[in-house]
Ligand binder design. Sequence first.
Ligand SMILES: Nc1ncnc2c1ncn2[C@@H]1O[C@H](COP(=O)(O)OP(=O)(O)OP(=O)(O)O)[C@@H](O)[C@H]1O
Ligand SMILES: [Mg+2]
Length: 289
Amino acid sequence: MPDGTAVSADAIVAGDATATGSETSRGGSLVPSDAGARPLLEARSISIGFGGIQALAGVSIEVAEGEAVGIVGPNGAGKTTFFNCLCGQLRPASGSVLFAGRAIDRMPAHQRARLGIARTFQRVEIFPEMTVRDHLTVAERARAGDWRLWKDLLAMGSPRKEEREHVEQILDLVGLTELGDTPVAALSLGNCRLVELGRALALRPRLLMADEPSSGLDTHETQLLADLLRRVQQESAAAILLVEHDLDMVARVVDRVLVLDFGEPIAEGSLEEVMADPAVRSAYLGKGA
Ligand SMILES: Nc1ncnc2c1ncn2[C@@H]1O[C@H](COP(=O)(O)OP(=O)(O)OP(=O)(O)O)[C@@H](O)[C@H]1O
Ligand SMILES: [Mg+2]
């Protein structure tokens, strides 16, 4: 399944940041229970097509600070495309995205990351020869976004004490301390996913977005990953947006879910509520899920 990163150039965000003031209307379809507070993330009526395919048709979501929200739906429902629109890998044809009240529609992905939106990818994207610790160190330095990253590439810089400490904290949190010096090429898929997650955490995200993190993992690894995401949410107070097929994992991690089918929002609420919804059952059962 394409993950939306290979579309035509004009669909990819290339513009500079143009932050504007926030609007106060709450048009999103998924309104957190704490409706008085301004959401951390607000996406309003996002639509995008690829050729003849309407990948997203008016999808909205709100995620409050520190909240965990799931996005589920059958294959091809538009989940990854929605993620790409939120993170800045894709520019929607219409709709808007606000982060902490700030319009980020014209902001490229790296600037959104700097604001605190970090993501993992459906396919594990890592450099095989680098060690686990080096992966996290590069992510830590990318967060700072200064010239030292270039020095690193020339092997001239060395990480500061706080940077090293933060990397060790993340290694500990994701349970990879003992594998810190191992090249990622030698890791199991489960551990590669933890490196991916660790890299996202190195950015100290306010919103952590994970696309199918359990893909390819066995039941035990999936449970460990779910527990880890919960711990991340509790310990770092980051909000979580989780795209996931494994509904046990969704149940463990999120507070509520949005269901997409053929690019349209078809249900929202607690996982039990939406799974009891006839439209959701037919969307899943109709595709043998
Ligand atoms: N780059 C692209 N070019 C053309 N069509 C695309 C592209 N990316 C996605 N699509 C199409 O858009 C629709 C939504 O795809 P998307 O990958 O967002 O679904 P998904 O819900 O993430 O699916 P999965 O559960 O299989 O990961 C699909 O019909 C897909 O084929
Ligand atoms: Mg996907």
